[in-house]
Design a protein around this ligand. Structure first.
Ligand SMILES: [Zn+2]
Length: 487
């Protein structure tokens, strides 16, 4: 007799119909496993939505498999643990090293935000608490289990997982999952098996530093990101040339260059590009500031995982004994060092977070440089609606930073080719590795991007659906296409 209703199901919660807040749930064998547990970012209601109860009981989740360390994939783990989740959190070793850096930064940000909100509030019942605190991150880290790339493991009985390279940031993975249910689906008491592939966030092919995304051949169901499902990036060579041209123009203009960049991924790639083109771009005339304790810490982690580097990066690494290979790089860890940059009027190339300019040190740099026409802002990553970064991309004439109205006079450049996400063509290239055109559910994209990618997939004869929160898929009801087993 079964102790539970046989069910083999996938349900979408977050990052369905939007880009942030990745969180999906797999049910099988009477157990529940979460794929990612991300924070919602951008939009005025994001803080309230992040605080809201999970649409499931955290204590009822048996395990988490985490694709990568970006906050929109892992940022609600501290809440999940604080609210009762006691199971293991599986991820690859590089992600396990990056995770505490990102989560502690988010915790410190949350504490500062709460302090700011409580200024002048005297009544205890009107004070807000931080979304989570550094101690909550320590609790998460005690539950993290690092699992090697490419080696199958069993997070739960009946579920086998293998993490594969996603080429998005260091320690990013796509997740290959075999799910077995010995249940009432089969009248003869047999076992039903289905294979799910979750893309995670997919990087561009031929990205500097990282390997290309892993090419999967089989799946019964594909859960796929669609961030840039409606767009084509400029080629990498064009983009690199464009960055060189921006720097040359900025040098002529005599101002500063501000680059809001994610501490993990974009910052390291930018440093890598600058090192590669140091002579060609006359970078000796610039002072390059990596103004982010988190990016500095993450850069060190990058350097500790050379097994995740591609051949070119391995070669560059070999020719420099230390990290990072830029003679004019200034690492500013303390707040005082960061503030000192505010006095630099020209010749500073400032890489600072947050990547969408919705918080962090980059706000101070934008405040000091946005109104100056001789300054340049270079946008290198995805900007969610509602963020300051998105406003800059959309060329709004005025923005507000720390309550101050600023007229945007600096020149804003958007370099899509440096994105950590593959574009439409690259997403299709990734999908085209599958035999038998398995059905696809699209996540992690704004509706327009997801619909555009779905259209392209349908042209190929694939059943493609744009997911929405609360949508449930009966996995056993899907035709079995993949007959491979983890080896
Ligand atoms: Zn990501």
């Amino acid at each position: 007799m079964l102790r539970y209703d046989p069910i083999m199901q996938l349900e979408f919660f977050g990052a369905a119909g939007e880009v942030t807040g990745s969180c999906h749930i797999v049910r099988a064998g009477g157990r529940q496993l979460l794929l990612d547990c991300g924070m919602i970012q951008g939009g005025a209601d994001a803080p309230a939505r992040n605080r809201r109860a999970f649409p499931f009981a955290p204590g009822s989740i048996d395990a988490v498999v985490l694709s990568h360390a970006h906050i929109d994939h892992c940022g609600r783990l501290p809440l999940l643990v604080a609210r009762g989740f006691r199971g293991p959190i599986y991820t690859n070793p590089a992600c396990a090293d990056l995770l505490p850096i990102l989560l502690r930064d988010a915790a410190e940000l949350a504490v500062r935000e709460a302090e700011r909100a409580n200024r002048g509030v005297s009544r205890d019942d009107q004070r807000v608490t931080a979304l989570f605190e550094p101690a909550d991150v320590d609790a998460v880290m005690r539950q993290v289990r690092a699992v090697a790339y490419d080696a199958p493991f069993e997070p739960l009985p009946g579920i086998t997982v293998r993490v594969r390279e996603a080429g998005h940031i260091l320690g990013s993975s796509s997740i290959e999952m075999w799910i077995e249910e010995a249940d009432g689906y089969d009248a003869h008491g047999g076992v039903t098996r289905r294979k799910l592939v979750f893309s995670g966030d997919l990087g561009q092919y031929d990205t500097p530093i990282l390997h290309d995304p892993f090419a999967f051949a089989t799946a019964d169901l594909v859960l796929m990101e669609s961030t840039y499902g409606d767009r084509l990036h400029r080629g990498r060579e064009d983009t690199t040339r464009e960055l060189g041209a921006v720097l040359a123009q900025a040098a002529r203009d005599g101002g500063n260059v501000v680059v809001p960049a994610f501490a993990i991924g974009r910052s390291q790639e930018l440093l890598y590009l600058l090192a590669q083109h140091y002579g060609e771009w006359h970078l000796a005339r610039w002072k390059v500031f990596l103004d982010s304790p988190m990016a500095i810490a993450a850069s060190r982690v990058y350097w500790q995982h050379p097994d995740r580097f591609d051949a070119e990066a391995t070669q560059l690494r070999a020719s420099f004994r230390g990290m990072p290979p830029l003679p004019n790089l200034v690492l500013t860890e303390t707040a005082d060092q960061s503030r000192a940059i505010n006095h630099v009027r020209g010749g500073a190339l400032i890489i600072a977070g947050s990547g969408m300019a919705n918080g962090g040190r980059v706000l101070h740099h934008l405040r000091h440089n946005l109104e100056r026409p001789e300054c340049h802002v270079v946008i290198v990553g995805f900007q969610a609606p509602g963020t300051l970064g998105r406003q800059l991309v959309d060329r709004v004439p005025e923005v507000f930073i720390h309550g101050r109205r600023l007229r945007v006079a600096a020149q804003v450049h958007t370099l899509g080719g440096l994105s950590a996400h593959g574009d439409q063509e690259q997403l299709l290239r990734w999908y085209d590795n599958f035999k038998d055109r398995p059905p696809v559910y699209l996540v992690h994209g704004e509706p327009r991007a997801a619909e555009a990618l779905a259209g392209k997939l349908r042209e190929r004869g694939t059943t493609a659906t744009v997911s929405r929160p609360g949508l449930q898929i009966d996995l056993a009801g899907l035709p079995a296409l993949a007959h491979d087993t983890p080896t």
